[in-house]
Each structure stands twice: as C-alpha cells, then as structure tokens.
Design a protein around this ligand. Sequence first.
Ligand SMILES: [Zn+2]
Length: 256
Amino acid sequence: MTLATLAEVLQPALRDGYAVPGLVCLGWEDARAYVRAAEAERAPVILQAGPGARAHMPVAIWGAMFRALAEGASVPVVAHLDHGLTVEDCREAIAAGFSSVMVDGSALPLEENIRLTAEVAVLAHAAGVSCEGEIGVVGYAGGKASTGTDPGEAGRFARETGVDALAVSVGNVHLQQDAGQGLDLALLRRIEVVTDVPLVIHGGSGVPLAQRAALAAGSRIAKFNIGTELRMAFGAALRCPASAGRLPGHLPQIAA
Ligand SMILES: [Zn+2]
C-alpha cells in the first residue's frame, strides 16, 4: 500500500528540486498506465479525477480504483480530486478514500474563495487528507479567459486557508494542444516571495518542456497537471496503432 497525500509527495519535491505530475485520468486503462510509468521511473505520481472523469463515473468508483492501484504500486500514489467545486464534492471524495482534494473557488470573489477553501482544508486535514486551492483564474484554450494571480492575494489566501498546495495563474492555460509562450516568470517570482506553499500549474501540457524542467528544479512549482498531451497520444494510438507511443510534435518521441 503506497497511498500518499499530496503534502507527502510535494514537500520532498520542493526540498529536493523536482516536480510531481498530476495526471488527468479518464479510466482504468490510463490510470494503470500512469502508475506503471511512475514505477518504471521510480517516481511518485498523482492520479487525478477531474470534472470530465466524474461526469461519466461516480466518485466512489474513482476512489476505489485509485486505491486499488496504490495498493499494488511500489511508488507513492496520490488519489486526488481535481476541480471540486463545493464542500460536498470534497466531502464525497474524502468518503470515497481520496487522499487529496482540490477545491476550486477561483471563480468566486476573494473572500468567498478563502472561506470555501478554508472550510475544505479543515475538513480534509481532519481526515488526514491534503487540500489544494486556486487563486487567479486559469482559462481554457478557445474558452474562458485567464486572470493572472495577484501576488498579494496569493499570500493572504495561502495564510488564511491553510492549503497544502496553491494553483496559480501565471500564463498557463488548460487544454493547450501545442507548447505555448511559456509562463510569466516575473509574476511567478513575485508569488514565490509571498508564500512557502508548493505551487501548482494547471494546463502543464502548454508549458514548453525545457521550461517545465527548469522550473521543476528552480522554482516553488512542485506539481504540473498534465492531461491534453497524454490524451493526444492516446487518441493518435487509437486511430493508428503504428503511432502508438508517439507524442505530440513538441515532445520527445518515445519508442513504440
Ligand atoms: Zn485545472
């Protein structure tokens, strides 16, 4: 049994200069593949059930599935709820055995986001579960626009909510199919000086690989969420078995 909390994998990452992937799962097949890949790399992994996953399978089944994978794994595995929107979403995930919950109050006014996130953090910590919050809005490619994280608000949010990890908006965008322009490093550095909490980048697929590696080693970013580039590889392999194992063009190719 190697089920771990988010804090248990992010604090060593922060200390030793690496980042842990938060991998977006849509079923048993990909979740199992991510655990096998983590074991091959001898690295921790965060399995995430987001809104898309929960739209087609009850959270209780996700919890049981992630725990079964963690039980058989030789590396730390975090069972993480991605983008919970309410206290009830998070309560349900904790009851289902998740070891970490994200509550996303980023669309709310600051005071309400703090109130919601602090409530979930208390609930989570009482159950021995970690909590991730978000400050600033991470938009979607071709959809909702981003609002960059205000460093002053980030400092206050981290202090007043007691979160274990803080998702920020510093030029990252969800669902990007190509490497984007890269993150706003000046803004990231301003956020780093106001909090000791590990930072999380949603929309990690759009961050150029070289910058991802550099920031994993040289910033307070300890978690990159990755979904789109894995989904693209999965889709390509389904459409053309010969391309199995091939990744989107901006990524290094692996042997099929
Ligand atoms: Zn996200």
